[in-house]
Design a protein around this ligand. Structure first.
Ligand code: HEC
Ligand code: HEC
Ligand code: HEC
Ligand code: HEC
Ligand code: HEC
Ligand code: HEC
Ligand code: HEC
Ligand code: HEC
Length: 331
């Protein structure tokens, strides 16, 4: 009899260990339940991610991103939201709940911010994109307080606050420059409200959507003789954030930084004069643009980022390097 009891005890203990260690979390209801994001998620776009935590009792909550403290708050509510801006590449997110100086629970997530203009482009094994708005998988826990279905007024909300999307996504427009339709919270101008199983998708490539409103760019692009690789792919959002950014034309980086991400060998400016007799270097930034003195000289002073009738995507319809030089260096 005793042997049997011990055996049962051992088996239960082993099971308990298995349960506890199986996914790194205790199986018993925990003081802290990290509802979102999922571990090993790939995040794209601008790298914004929300942390959504369920707490079983009032607690102090610490949020750390890559070891840096983001938030230290006393929480009375059962659901807690916090938003973070990820760095390019791999990020580690840690949350810790404590009460009276004792740690009740902690949890962590590894996230990968993918962007074609990051140095870290290789998605680690096992990381996948985990869209939040997937029909059927949306947690019932949100519906108690949030509307998850798009409403008729979302097509043209009279004020941003009326948009269904606003409560959860207001950070998306909190930048210096906001794109017209996003500033009006006309989110459904671009996001398909009836796509399934994933809601709110955008077309890939996105080009025709942009051209729907930007007819001038469309005409120019299709009539020009030479097209820039990344623009020709139709993936306008490699360089432009469709919502907002701190840079002009809602670029994802400052123009010079953007170009040199993919063309680091051109940063020195050696390529500009390499063909000439001197073989010296030419500045590529750090002074006013002679043709547009209100802005900084940079790659775009000489090259069009989209398309051109001139070789090497030169501006000013210059057909030879000489013509290009003379535009700025005429006496
Ligand atoms: C001009 C078209 C356009 C409008 C308007 C627009 N979006 Fe987007 N959105 C996109 C595209 C395209 C993507 C794909 C992301 C990328 O390629 O960078 C995207 C991605 C997203 C993402 C994924 C994460 C991210 O930061 O990229 C969220 C969230 C989002 N949109 C929410 C919204 C909300 C909320 C609104 C309304 C304020 C809105 N969008 C308005 C085109 C648009
Ligand atoms: C108990 C009510 C409640 C529940 C349940 C709830 N929320 Fe919220 N949530 C709120 C309130 C209230 C706000 C508005 C906070 C504000 O405007 O500052 C909010 C804001 C948000 C935000 C924006 C947060 C920010 O800092 O900008 C997101 C994202 C969000 N909720 C997602 C969710 C998701 C996902 C779920 C389901 C897993 C959920 N919420 C469940 C009450 C709740
Ligand atoms: C209950 C809160 C909530 C509401 C309401 C909401 N979203 Fe989201 N949405 C989220 C969360 C959470 C994510 C995951 C990204 C993150 O962590 O911020 C997300 C992600 C997205 C994405 C990226 C793809 C995906 O599914 O992960 C798009 C696009 C998007 N939302 C569009 C919209 C649009 C358009 C509306 C309004 C019609 C809307 N959302 C309303 C919470 C919400
Ligand atoms: C629903 C119509 C609409 C769609 C779709 C749209 N845009 Fe726009 N866009 C506008 C409006 C209106 C403006 C001018 C107002 C402003 O500055 O925001 C604008 C301005 C711009 C500008 C700045 C132009 C300038 O001369 O200052 C850029 C860059 C831009 N859009 C890029 C895009 C990209 C990239 C896409 C596709 C992802 C896109 N737009 C899709 C309506 C749209
Ligand atoms: C390689 C990066 C890159 C890609 C890809 C790209 N753009 Fe741009 N875009 C820029 C830069 C840089 C500027 C600023 C140009 C300037 O200041 O002369 C710009 C400016 C713009 C403007 C403002 C007016 C203008 O023509 O200068 C619009 C509108 C625009 N882009 C739309 C688009 C659309 C639509 C696509 C996709 C078909 C696209 N862009 C793809 C980098 C890019
Ligand atoms: C996402 C990567 C990427 C970014 C960002 C990028 N480029 Fe490019 N670029 C390419 C690729 C790939 C090619 C080669 C394909 C092609 O266009 O022929 C190229 C080609 C070029 C060429 C040569 C075209 C020819 O006909 O020989 C020029 C000039 C150029 N890029 C300028 C720029 C400028 C200026 C910027 C910033 C506004 C920029 N690029 C940003 C990827 C990029
Ligand atoms: C003062 C004008 C000027 C500026 C500024 C400039 N370029 Fe150029 N770029 C040229 C000329 C001229 C050529 C042609 C060189 C040749 O034929 O050897 C060229 C060629 C290129 C090419 C094509 C090279 C090839 O092998 O076909 C790329 C890519 C390029 N530039 C990118 C850039 C980037 C990125 C910047 C900013 C860091 C930049 N350029 C700044 C004038 C300029
Ligand atoms: C878009 C305008 C622009 C174009 C096009 C341009 N340059 Fe320049 N160039 C500049 C600026 C700005 C400077 C810096 C002037 C200063 O520092 O005061 C400069 C400086 C120079 C210098 C002096 C270099 C130094 O270190 O100070 C030479 C030589 C030169 N350019 C040659 C050329 C040649 C050759 C071409 C054609 C391949 C050319 N430039 C095309 C704007 C341009």
């Amino acid at each position: 009899m005793r042997h049997l009891e011990v055996g049962v005890l051992l088996i239960s203990a082993a099971l308990l260990i298995l349960l506890v260690r199986g996914d790194g979390k205790a199986a018993a209801p925990s003081a802290l339940n990290l509802l979102h994001p999922a571990d090993k998620s790939v995040v794209s776009g601008a790298g914004l991610s929300h942390i959504i935590v369920e707490l079983s009792q009032p607690a102090s909550l610490l949020v750390r991103l890559n070891g840096k403290l983001q938030e230290n708050a006393k929480i009375k509510e059962t659901i807690y939201h916090y938003s973070v801006r990820l760095d390019f590449g791999l990020n580690t997110l840690e949350v810790e709940a404590s009460a009276g100086g004792t740690v009740l629970a902690r949890d962590k997530r590894d996230l990968f911010f993918f962007s074609p203009i990051a140095k870290e482009k290789e998605i680690p094994q096992g990381f996948v994109s985990t869209p939040f708005h997937k029909l059927g998988s949306t947690s019932e826990k949100c519906r108690a307080c949030h509307t998850l279905e798009p409403q008729r007024t979302d097509r043209a909300p009279p004020t941003p606050g009326v948009s269904t999307c606003y409560t959860c996504h207001k950070e998306i427009t909190q930048f210096k420059q906001v794109h017209g339709p996003a500033a009006l919270w006309n989110c459904l101008a671009c996001h398909n409200s009836s796509s399934a199983p994933q809601k709110y998708t955008t077309p890939v490539p996105v080009r025709d959507l942009c051209y729907g409103c930007h007819i001038d760019q469309k005409n120019y692009f299709f009539s020009a003789q030479f097209q820039h690789g990344p623009t020709a792919t139709g993936m306008c959002t490699i360089c432009h954030n469709p919502h907002a950014s701190d840079h002009e034309f809602w670029l994802k980086k400052e123009p010079w930084d953007l170009c040199t991400t993919c063309h680091s060998d051109k940063a020195s400016g050696r390529h500009i004069l390499a063909w000439g007799p001197t073989g010296d270097t030419h500045p590529t930034r750090g002074r006013p643009d002679p043709m547009k003195p209100e802005r900084e000289f940079s790659c775009r002073s000489c090259h069009n980022p989209h398309a051109s009738n001139a070789p090497k995507l030169w501006n000013f319809d210059a057909t030879t390097a000489y013509q290009l030089c003379w535009t700025c260096h005429k006496k």
